[in-house]
Design a protein around this ligand. Structure first.
Ligand SMILES: [Zn+2]
Length: 263
């Protein structure tokens, strides 16, 4: 593994450990309900399969795209020649917006939703939900992000930082943790908090189709998909998808097969 790979893995592991400890010490929803061995086996099983598959396919595509664009002088940021820090910040914000729209389209386009529903059929919500994605969605996302990296001419280091932030924020905002309302309000003005993202995992369809943001909370406000809190109860609401709560939708093999199943 190269230097950037170790950097990203180190950040991912550190945030995963912090969130798992935080959930163990002060869980928001009852610990017994959340930490089911089957869920963790399924969710982390998907992570291992996706990581292995990416490694031999498009795992390094984003970095390769950034290095190529830089060498070829391709992409908007490589053409305008801003100071590196400014260009890096712009790249991170634009990529976060691109991921907002990727996420929104996975809810709108039926074919994409078949894969994305693997993430949403988790019947609980904790740090492991952050890695519950079908491997094909992970591969497709890597290709989509690589195209954006080339178009905007993102610097390779901006890509490394962005990817670390993307996975770090996903672990953070899927945490079964809770901030006092006053703190949540302040954080939510800028970033996506666990209390904001939990709404997105509600079984109520209009709530599932809201709060798509990953890092910045501004996109949901700007593109009118923001819901402040659930209609039922943020604490006791039902999480998951009403039609995929059976055993077959929860095992590792079950979720791998889920996109190819009927309703
Ligand atoms: Zn979603």
């Amino acid at each position: 593994m190269d230097q950037t790979g170790f950097f990203r893995l180190g950040i991912f592991a550190a945030i995963l450990v912090v969130m798992a400890l935080w959930e163990a010490i002060a869980p928001y929803r009852p610990r017994e309900a959340v930490r089911r061995p089957v869920r963790w086996l399924t969710n982390f099983g998907l992570l291992v399969i996706s990581a292995a598959l990416s490694r031999f396919t498009v795992g390094a595509a984003m970095i390769a795209a950034a290095i190529w664009a830089k060498g070829a002088g391709f992409g908007v940021l490589n053409l305008v020649g801003l100071p590196p820090v400014v260009a890096g910040l712009i790249a991170i914000v634009v990529l976060d917006c691109a991921i907002y729209w990727q996420h929104r389209f996975t809810h709108i386009v039926p074919l994409f939703w078949r894969f994305h529903r693997v993430h949403h059929c988790d019947v609980e919500f904790d740090v492991s939900t952050a890695v519950r994605f079908h491997p094909i969605e992970i591969l497709a996302s890597a290709i989509y992000k690589s195209c954006f990296v080339m178009l905007i001419g993102a610097d390779p280091w901006a890509v490394v930082i962005y990817e670390s932030m993307l996975s770090g924020f996903a672990l953070f905002n899927h945490g079964n943790v809770h901030f006092p309302k006053s703190i949540d309000r302040v954080l939510r003005a800028l970033i996506v908090t666990p209390d904001m993202h939990r709404v997105h995992h509600s079984s109520v369809e209009i709530e599932t189709n809201s709060n798509y943001g990953n890092i910045l909370s501004i996109w949901d406000r700007l593109f009118v998909s923001y819901i402040d809190h659930t209609k039922t109860s943020d604490h006791d609401m039902q999480i998951g998808l009403a039609e995929f709560r059976d055993k077959n939708s929860q095992s590792l093999w079950g979720v791998l097969w889920l996109p190819f199943r009927g309703r």
